[in-house]
Design a protein around this ligand. Structure first.
Ligand SMILES: Cc1cc2nc3c(=O)[nH]c(=O)nc-3n(C[C@H](O)[C@H](O)[C@H](O)COP(=O)(O)OP(=O)(O)OC[C@H]3O[C@@H](n4cnc5c(N)ncnc54)[C@H](O)[C@@H]3O)c2cc1C
Ligand code: SF4
Ligand code: SF4
Ligand code: SF4
Length: 393
């Protein structure tokens, strides 16, 4: 009997095994935490081993060697505001479709609230792909779709987490037509907890939801938060420190088990281009100004990545930095997050009580002092900027 993984910490849910199965014998089924895992229908399986083979290849995917790091800011302020950091993804994606290529990335379906990968060359779909969605994305049949387009001679930009990029590279095979763009990844939260959270806000506001942004910059990039627009015209705007779902995410309570021992958390990347938030950006001689609308940390690791960057240079400000400047404020460049002591209790309480119980017990925002709030506010950021100018940084 074919076994795909020994324990759940070893399966990313990347769907690569499904995409290579000649018998269509593998299905993704959610576990009690809401994460999807592959299951083999033994009656159909012919024990060819293709699924295990691709999974082993993904785990052995070579990281790229020397990388070049940049601070990056799209010139268009509106694009920056809509993007999570400096708008690098939007420029790469539009450049790709302008060349006749396709883009594969994650969107939020506002009917089902599922996060899923789609492939498209439609500008309105690129807009839906913009912005981080802090939920594990369902890859559907996208890996096979990307492969099909590449084999038919299309250039494709695939964007996703490190493990998804490794899966895509291995399913498609090394090919100049495939450009991979990886988001620096803290970890992906449970789709089940996401759904429970969404149901709780629908009940609270007695209205269906029209739109959601996980990375609203209404209070600035540094003080980002979740914005939910309801069909009855009301709006919920909570910052990173006030929103229970984001609080639980950053307390690492409901990330996929693989995320606590992520082999993609290091300064060597497995993509052509990797993008994150440039937290702690502080370059005195660059023309990139931190105006609180977002700056991307961009890491280019291949010739393909360099060429893609060259295509969008006219639409952005870019400044070379040492990758060492990014590391202190960006965990995924150092190591994966720790398994928190209370993760098991969270799930036990969720199983034996309900979502409201765990929301109150584990996800409620921490109370910040006046000084801590001031430090995080725009006034605090302005004071920090003035202090840095005085210190000549
Ligand atoms: C789950 C997750 C965790 C992250 N953790 C960190 C972190 O710890 N530190 C850091 O610096 N940056 C992190 N990022 C990346 C960061 O939030 C921005 O995505 C990145 O800076 C790119 O910003 P942008 O302005 O260029 O483009 P954006 O328009 O913001 O980027 C959109 C791209 O992100 C992809 N994407 C969105 N949601 C998902 C998802 N659920 N799964 C896969 N791909 C997705 C889309 O396909 C699209 O290509 C994370 C992103 C995600 C999705
Ligand atoms: S290929 Fe991906 S989804 Fe399939 S078993 Fe391996 S890690 Fe899990
Ligand atoms: S061994 Fe072959 S037929 Fe069986 S599930 Fe894996 S890929 Fe499919
Ligand atoms: S933290 Fe690692 S394992 Fe988890 S989704 Fe991100 S890249 Fe994949």
């Amino acid at each position: 009997m074919i076994k795909l993984y020994e324990n759940k910490e070893l399966c990313y849910g990347c769907t690569a095994c499904i995409s290579v199965c000649p018998q269509n014998a593998i299905k993704m089924i959610p576990d009690e935490e809401g994460f999807f895992y592959p299951y083999i229908a033994e009656k159909i399986c012919i024990s060819c081993g293709a699924c295990v083979g691709i999974c082993d290849k993904i785990k052995a995917t070579k990281k790229n060697g020397r990388s070049i790091a940049y601070a990056f800011q799209c010139n268009n302020t509106n694009i920056r505001r809509k993007s999570s950091s400096g708008g690098a993804f939007y420029l790469l994606a539009t450049s790709m479709i302008n060349k006749g290529g396709m883009v594969c990335g994650a969107v939020l379906d506002c009917q089902s609230f599922n996060v899923k990968h789609i492939i498209s060359n439609n500008p309105s779909d690129i807009e839906r792909m913009m912005g981080s969605k802090y939920v594990q994305s369902d890859m559907g049949n996208c890996l096979n779709e990307v492969k099909k387009y590449v084999l038919n001679g299309y250039q494709v930009l695939f964007s996703g987490t490190g493990c998804q990029v490794a899966a895509c590279r291995n399913v498609v095979g090394e090919n100049d037509l495939l450009l991979t763009c990886e988001v620096l990844c803290h970890g992906t939260p449970s789709p089940l907890i996401w759904k429970q959270y969404i149901n709780s806000v629908i009940e609270q506001y007695s209205s269906n939801i029209r739109d959601i942004s996980f990375r609203s910059k209404n209070k600035g990039w540094h003080n980002f938060g979740m914005e939910i627009q309801f069909e009855n015209g009301t709006k919920q705007q909570e910052t990173l420190d006030d929103n229970p779902f984001l609080c639980g995410f950053l307390r690492n309570l409901y990330l996929r088990p693989t995320c606590y021992d992520c082999k993609y958390a290091s300064q060597e990347r497995c993509s052509d281009i990797c993008i994150g938030d440039f937290w702690g950006y502080n370059e005195a001689f660059s023309d990139i100004i931190d105006d609180d609308t977002g700056i991307s940390a961009l890491i280019v690791s291949t010739e393909k990545g360099k060429l893609a960057l060259r295509d969008i240079l006219k639409k952005a400000k870019i400044y070379p930095v040492s990758i060492q400047n990014m590391i202190p404020n960006n965990g995924p460049l150092r190591k994966s997050v720790d398994w928190p002591d209370n993760r098991n209790n969270f799930w036990m309480d969720f199983g034996s009580n309900n979502f409201d119980f765990v929301k109150k017990k584990y996800m409620y925002p921490k109370k910040y002092s006046f000084l801590q709030r001031l430090r995080k506010s725009r006034v605090g950021q302005l004071l920090r900027r003035i202090r840095n100018i005085i210190r000549g940084r």
